[in-house]
Design a protein around this ligand. Structure first.
Ligand code: 9MR
Length: 312
């Protein structure tokens, strides 16, 4: 039976999933599904600073290494997620108790350590994640407080110094045409104009309260690629509930949005999880069964829809 990865190879794009390291280690169905169907992975949590360095005793790369090794064994493209984020950094960072100079050094050390370790093994990094505030402007966070807006430049420069991966800015709510999408566009245009080493933009595309019109996604992708940037869909999921009513409508939307994105120039599409049994969306009350496989790892209509979208 034709797999997503077969279709992606023919279309010369990558199709990926965010993976959970425990499931990869312990669940055979999960592991076999990922290896068979996808040719790209993102660590759903294992490469975030918190999970990498929770204790005071330094970094523990066991989980992240397992994912990268799995990807290498199965000849997969790896998206690293994420170096700089306002959430999920270790408690010991304690930004409020540090000088601006210490924060500057921490940012540099962290990026050198992690992006440096995976040089040659991670193909794309989400260097900065979710830096734009939902109400406009840059989001208030520890890095903005300590370094000002230039923390974004520094993050990309540090990553470029130690990594040969493509370097991405990644955000949510900036997928189609919206005020926030305009802010992200302005942010990355400015980075490009100032020759900050950014290579791409990740559009997360979590869909749950309202569908994002596929034509708007295409228009946004086109204006970003016109800047010379690569565009990935990085965290696709479509919750059943408010946005789509059932599995058939869900499949239809997956088809429309993946076709539109790929036609507009997206070369990597990653779903935020593998099976409906494990997804952040239902857990947060944001819609049900959002992925391509059900909790028994059976293919859903959405799987066929993505297969068709890639096949054209
Ligand atoms: O899916 C992730 C969930 O397991 C974590 O608890 C959460 C907090 O770290 O992050 C979720 O992933 C987020 C991603 O890293 C960034 N974009 C939004 C994703 C969903 O919240």
């Amino acid at each position: 039976m034709r797999t997503l990865r077969d279709a992606a190879a023919d279309a010369d794009v990558h199709i990926g999933a965010a993976v959970d390291v425990e499931s990869l280690r312990t669940n055979t169905d999960y592991r076999e599904t990922v290896a068979r169907e996808f040719d790209a992975v993102t660590a759903e949590n294992a490469m975030k600073w918190g999970p990498l360095a929770d204790g005071e005793s330094g970094y523990d790369f066991a989980a992240a290494d397992d994912i990268v090794d799995f990807a290498a064994r199965h000849d997969m493209y790896v998206r690293g997620h994420t170096l700089v984020w306002h959430r999920m950094y270790p408690e010991w960072v304690r930004p409020w108790a540090r000088s601006d100079t210490e924060m500057r050094r921490l940012l540099s050390d962290h990026i050198h350590t992690v992006a440096g370790r995976y040089r040659g093994r991670v193909d794309a990094w989400d260097v900065v994640n979710e830096a734009v505030d939902d109400d406009g402007g840059l989001r208030e966070n520890a890095w903005l407080n300590a370094l000002g807006p230039e923390y974004i430049d520094r993050a990309f420069e540090h990553a470029a110094a130690v990594s040969d991966a493509d370097l991405f800015y990644n955000d949510y709510g900036a997928d189609g045409l919206s005020a926030k999408a305009d802010e992200v566009y302005d942010l990355v245009s400015d980075l490009v104009a100032r020759e900050v080493p950014v290579d791409g933009v990740g559009l997360q595309l979590h869909v749950f309260d309202d569908v994002v019109p596929p034509a708007d996604v295409a228009a946004n992708v086109e204006r970003l690629t016109d800047l010379g940037l690569d565009v990935h869909i990085t965290e696709l999921d479509v919750g059943i509930g408010e946005a789509v009513a059932d599995r058939d409508e869900q499949a239809e939307y997956y088809y429309d949005v993946v076709s539109a994105a790929v036609d507009a120039g997206v070369d990597t599409v990653v779903t935020w999880g593998v099976d409906d049994g494990q997804s952040w969306l239902p857990a947060r009350g944001f819609g049900d069964a959002p992925l391509l496989f059900d909790e028994e790892f059976r293919r859903k209509p959405a799987h066929g829809a993505v297969l068709d979208a890639l096949g054209e």
